[in-house]
Design a protein around this ligand. Sequence first.
Ligand SMILES: [Zn+2]
Length: 76
Amino acid sequence: MYMIRKEVDAILEEDFEIFLRDSDLFEQYQNNQLLCSCCSEHITKENIFAIYYDDGFKFCCIKLECMEIFNERKSN
Ligand SMILES: [Zn+2]
């Protein structure tokens, strides 16, 4: 199982693609099917902020409001 880094500020592009391949999500990523769990924006390697696990892999983009929601979530 790939180790998920929950508290990184930015995921390295290369690590992100390795994660996607390891998780069988790369095809969904290429088809623009990965969405930010906060704002439903398409997740790309340019806007990925964090990956977390909550009944499936969830993604958070780098919008300020999304990062705030994500950080709130962590403290709960
Ligand atoms: Zn977002």
